[in-house]
Design a protein around this ligand. Sequence first.
Ligand code: PGA
Length: 234
Amino acid sequence: MILVTNWKMNPLSLKEAERLLNSYRKFKDAKILIAPPFVFLYPLIKKYSKYFDFGAQNIYYEEKGAFTGEISAKMLKNIGCKFVIINHSERRKFGEDLKIANKKIFSALKNGLDVFLCFGEDKIIKDKDELKKYWDKESKILLKNVPLNSKKIYFVYEPSWAISTQNIGPAPRDLILYFLDWYYKRFKFKILYGGSVSPENIKNYLDLKLNGFLIGSQSLNIKNFRKILKLVYN
Ligand code: PGA
């Protein structure tokens, strides 16, 4: 089981970041991937890459040049990053769309980074046929010309409405089952679930055909994340 921790724009200091990492370290066999803010990547990689793989929460698709404020896949690779999260719904709120995400996938793959590719509906769609049509349409744009046998890509089913900040709660088990049925008929990438994963609900998902979870807010809560680690790895 892979657990990807998306720290988003947290914590505020390197000291606090190290405190979090040290609390994760007690679980020796765990496969925990860390996506801290850019500014902490290099110092954390230098000190902790024996224990964890580190990656970025975003990249820009060009390699270098006049792109103020952006960071490329090549730069990340050069400092020892292993992966990047692409198409997170919080990036889409900044105006990024599926076509931009598609370009980022190529840039990441070209530079040898693994891709954790978020995917999911922004609003709850109750009609099951409509939902499938939505997934079909979106995945075609997102994965245009992407090699569907890539072992570097990990799909993350993460409907934006299920993210903890929306206060709706995680995708119900039935919906994830329905998604997996749709997914396995089309794709072979490894598949994770993300959205309000907590120690209370993760048990409902552990027996599904998932390869792991993308965890946001609960990865910043030492007590709760340790509970999650115990449930997944003990
Ligand atoms: P959450 O965030 O676990 O706080 O819902 C997940 C994510 O946004 O990747």
